[in-house]
Design a protein around this ligand. Sequence first.
Ligand code: PRP
Length: 200
Amino acid sequence: MSPLAEAPPPPGRVLISEEELKARIGELGGAIARDYERQSPVVVGVLQGAFLFMADLIRAIPIDLMTDFIGVSSYGIGTRSSGAVRLVSDLSMSIEDRHVLIVEDIVDTGLTLSYLKRTLEARHPTSVRVCVLVDKIERREIELALDYVGFTIPNVFVVGYGFDHAGYYRNLRYIAALEPVAGAPERPPLVPPRARMSGA
Ligand code: PRP
């Protein structure tokens, strides 16, 4: 069996295409560039999910800026939030007296972003704003101000363009809904990386 045949099956319907992502990220970048001109913001990507969005977004912001990353974990390997937010890796620089823009892939309950804003605001930055690619507003549990929003989507579990399911699908160029297929288990069959690498 070839390595490709053993990979997880493609997810369900495409929600946001590669072209739509590119166009919207261009618009967000333009708006951010106008708002932060001459402010040299620190753009903080939230690992892991936001790494693709962050890479495309900063290339659409034609002003001086710095980048950093922060790692949090709020979900297990399933499709539901555990509700607990954990800092797993911190920024590499001080943000004191800096304008900070948090770049996040998705806001769902809002617990992660709320935690992140509180954590970064405690370090005395000049400002903290948020840019989120996907807003799943139906799921919000706490009030949260979002400064830049790419897309609002319904309450479906999404994969692709940084979003994963049990670690897979982050590398898709589009965002898709992970839908259970009739007669199939909800979770796609996962193949151990070693088996896929060897093509066994
Ligand atoms: C996802 C996403 C956000 C968070 C949003 O992270 O990247 O950080 O959940 O959910 P909330 O609004 O309910 O808090 P996840 O823990 O899945 O980690 P990942 O980014 O590494 O995939």
